[in-house]
Design a binder for this molecule. Structure first.
Ligand SMILES: [Zn+2]
Length: 344
């Protein structure tokens, strides 16, 4: 077993704002960026209550909130849709290192429409270029760096990366850094960045070709997984045609199409089919399996509530075992009106 990785922000409390508790890293800063107080020359604080600032709700398929000053690292293979997902955010600044500015422009208007505001694009070859561009960054600005994979630095890369992230934090802006996977599946880019960012996200492509955006770490809340498809005009919700079973171990769920050889929790659908009852609506997920030892003939996993939430987070409806029994009961009373309605 390896030593626990440093996935908490390095604590910097040598100099804090007395009135609000904000850490002030640079000795040159004499005014607190959070409360504009000037009593920041000591490690002591007696902070007043400050309500948590509401985050910025990111559009589909992000399904999370980003707080002011927040940073996100988004990884994925070539063609996974990283750039498209970031265009959805309508960034105020796009730093590009791998695409020509014209390509970025074309993507911008294709996804956001020809009436979209003019993009602000900068070609980047080093972290130093980015650091220069981040000077004068204003509160609430959305920065996208596409991508950091090839970015070098003129002297100490770690130092420049750190100052870029710190700058976004201090300016109360937002940033998403795009990266790719290395051959071994890890994320490319400086390690320091992975530790400093608030959110680490990844786009994966499932074996049935579905793309999903998943979050591995999120200091601001949940780590949902959201399925999406990419079309000419950008991101859309998948048009699920079939029923799904929520498969996988607790915390590592996936939606498996029914019928699927691996969908061991999809037996509710088989029951519907043998009773000649159509699956009541499109885009449903469930998980239950046949079992003679339970009174209803089905067993449900103990983490059914987490599986239900996963299904809903992924934009599909939940079909409970009760509902399935109701449908079967309703159809059998239609067929044979002499039967008493089955109650549960
Ligand atoms: Zn302060």
């Amino acid at each position: 077993m390896t030593a626990p990785t440093q996935n908490v922000r390095a604590i910097q409390n040598a100099r804090v704002c007395f009135y609000c508790g904000t850490s002030i890293l640079s000795a040159e800063e004499v005014v607190c960026p959070s409360c504009h107080g000037t009593d920041i020359n000591d490690r002591h604080a007696s902070p007043i209550y400050t309500p948590p600032e509401p985050g910025r709700k990111l559009p589909h398929p992000w399904n999370i909130e980003l707080r002011k000053g927040g940073t996100c690292l988004l990884a994925g293979n070539r063609g996974a849709g990283k750039t498209t997902c970031c265009m959805q955010l309508e960034p105020d600044y796009i730093g590009t290192s791998e695409q020509e500015v014209v390509q970025v422009k074309n993507g911008w208007y294709r996804i956001l429409g020809q009436d979209a505001a003019r993009p602000n694009i900068a070609y980047l070859s080093t972290w130093d270029d980015l650091a220069i561009d981040l000077e004068g960054l204003t509160e609430g600005t959305i920065v996208v760096v596409d991508s950091i994979t090839q970015l070098g630095a003129t002297h100490n890369q770690e130092e420049v990366v750190r100052s870029c992230v710190q700058h976004i934090r201090n300016a109360q802006a937002y940033a998403v850094f795009i990266t790719q996977h290395n051959k071994d599946g890890s994320m490319a880019g400086p390690n320091i960045l992975q530790h400093m960012v608030d959110i680490v996200s990844e786009i994966l492509t499932d074996r049935d070709g579905q793309r999903r955006l998943t979050h591995h770490k999120n200091r601001f809340g949940d780590t949902p997984t959201t399925y999406f498809t990419i079309e000419e005009s950008g991101i859309s919700r998948p048009n699920f045609q079939y029923a799904y079973s929520v498969e996988g171990k607790a915390g590592d769920y996936r939606l498996a199409l029914h019928p699927d050889a691996g969908a061991k929790w999809g037996e509710l659908y088989k029951e519907l089919e043998t009773k000649n009852v159509r699956i009541p609506r499109l885009g449903v997920a469930s998980c239950a399996r046949l079992s003679g030892i339970y009174k209803r003939g089905f067993a449900e996993p103990t983490d059914i509530e987490a599986r239900r939430r996963f299904a809903l987070d992924n934009g599909v409806d939940w079909l409970s075992a009760e509902e399935v029994f109701d449908h079967i009961a309703a159809s059998s009373t239609d067929d044979d009106s002499n039967d008493d309605p089955i109650s549960f």
